[in-house]
Design a protein around this ligand. Structure first.
Ligand code: CTP
Length: 403
């Protein structure tokens, strides 16, 4: 046993599907056991055609689960209990068929029902032939899993069982182990304890009259994911949220709900003083109606009403001017063209330390999605590209970069 492994004492459900890479699951199981984890193997009926339950139960010291009950004794195997027992679930290899079932909730075997019951982190290591891997159905299903917060351990390029060469080889067991270990290492990371963080999230609504507003499509998901990750790492988080319909992701987060840019600015000015990190993730409306009407604009007007606008305050730039020694100010930029140029210009103009660039041109990234892809640009010009991942993972990468 490796005494220092973050997997020591952890409960892992290892899901094995019917693919040739199932032979590698034996090594993965051994590595988990060596690292001190308790492993329950759940295998699909097709999986048993590739690797025998005897090998797996001998190595895991537990009977392998495959069916909903044991035929001769009638013993019921509860996927709900297994889902609750698991500190994480690792599905390796994950075949196209199982990935499709997981993405769409087709619970016709023990592995998929356990997946649907699991409350903990799920890791998915696909393995299949290159054309199956590249099929739009597979890529869409993998994107769906990612959007549910599952961590996809991408397959490698290489020789495949079919004799073809391409992307589809299951990641090597040693590397899967590393990904799972890193996850638990991070989970116990409380290095931001004592740090104060201010985050803005969501859109702002600028009232036109009592029933109408100027707003934008921001849902607040990225800002809420950042708040959750900062809080998980022990930081003391204040989340200034525009009008969004998201629950507060962690009971330790102090949430201030606001409506307009002006209200958001007031909350930020009050809260920013002693914060170590201020992350401006909100999509603040740049303009507000010059006058907010106290009565609804009626249709019977002879002329089409003309809406005069005034400039809203720039919250990030205001905090940039107030910034004190030791404070880190992070902004976001959502651009449709000349992305890098605009982002760097904003970083300088607003006196930011980092700017996180979202591109409207990346499918799966931006407003309302559960995934994102960003470039983090620092004041000294260093750039870190974060490929398409769940917003939770992107939040973690952003924090790794800025701290
Ligand atoms: N921001 C802000 N207050 C505003 C406008 C933007 O705090 N009134 C912040 C955003 O939260 C983001 C950064 O500034 O962190 C960049 O926002 P963005 O809308 O991309 O930039 P703008 O300055 O509004 O420029 P433009 O809309 O012209 O691209």
């Amino acid at each position: 046993m490796t005494p220092s492994s973050p997997l020591e004492g952890k409960h892992i459900v290892l899901g094995i599907c019917g693919g040739i890479a199932a032979y590698k699951s034996v090594s993965l199981l051994r590595l988990f056991i060596k690292a001190g984890a308790e492993v329950q193997v759940v295998i699909t009926p097709a999986g048993k055609q590739f690797i025998t339950p005897v090998t797996l139960s001998a190595l895991s010291h537990k009977p392998v689960v495959s069916e909903f009950f044991t035929a001769n004794t009638g013993e019921w195997h509860s996927h709900v209990d297994l889902g609750m027992w698991a500190d994480c679930m690792v599905i390796a290899p994950a075949t196209a068929s199982t990935i499709g079932k997981m993405a769409n909730g087709i619970a016709d075997n023990m592995l998929v029902t356990t997946y649907l019951s699991a409350k903990s982190q799920v890791f998915v290591a696909p393995a299949m032939d290159l054309d199956m891997m590249a099929h739009p159905s597979t890529t869409r299903n993998i994107d769906l899993l990612r959007s549910y917060g599952n961590i996809i351990i991408e397959p490698e390029d290489g020789y495949l069982a079919s004799g073809l060469v391409g992307k589809g080889r299951m990641e090597e067991p040693e590397n899967i182990l590393k990904v799972v270990e890193q996850f638990f290492e991070k989970a116990s990371d409380k290095t931001l304890k004592g740090k104060k963080v201010l985050i803005t999230a969501g859109p702002t609504y600028e009232k036109i009259d009592p029933v109408r507003f100027i707003g934008n499509f921001s849902t607040g998901k990225m800002g809420f994911a950042l708040a959750a990750e900062f809080a998980r790492r022990g930081a003391d988080v204040t989340l200034v949220a525009g009008p969004v319909s998201l629950p507060t992701p962690d009971h330790n987060i102090r949430r201030i709900d606001v409506m307009s840019a002006r209200e958001m600015l007031e909350a930020c000015e009050t809260e920013c003083g002693d914060s170590d990190y201020a992350v401006m993730c909100a999509a603040v409306a740049d303009y507000a109606p010059e006058n907010e009407l106290d009565r609804k604009i009626k249709r019977e007007h002879e002329d089409v009403p003309v809406l005069r606008l005034k400039k809203n305050p720039d919250i990030a730039a205001t905090l940039g001017r107030m910034k004190r020694e030791g404070q880190t100010l992070v902004g976001f930029a959502l651009e449709t063209d000349h992305e890098l140029e605009h982002a760097v210009e904003k970083l300088q103009r607003k006196n930011l330390d980092f700017i996180v660039l979202n591109s409207m041109r990346t499918p799966g990234a931006g407003f309302g999605t559960d995934t994102n892809a960003v470039t983090i640009i620092s004041r000294d010009g260093t750039k870190a590209e974060i490929g398409l991942k769940s917003k939770a993972e992107v939040a973690s990468d952003i924090i790794d970069n800025i701290i």
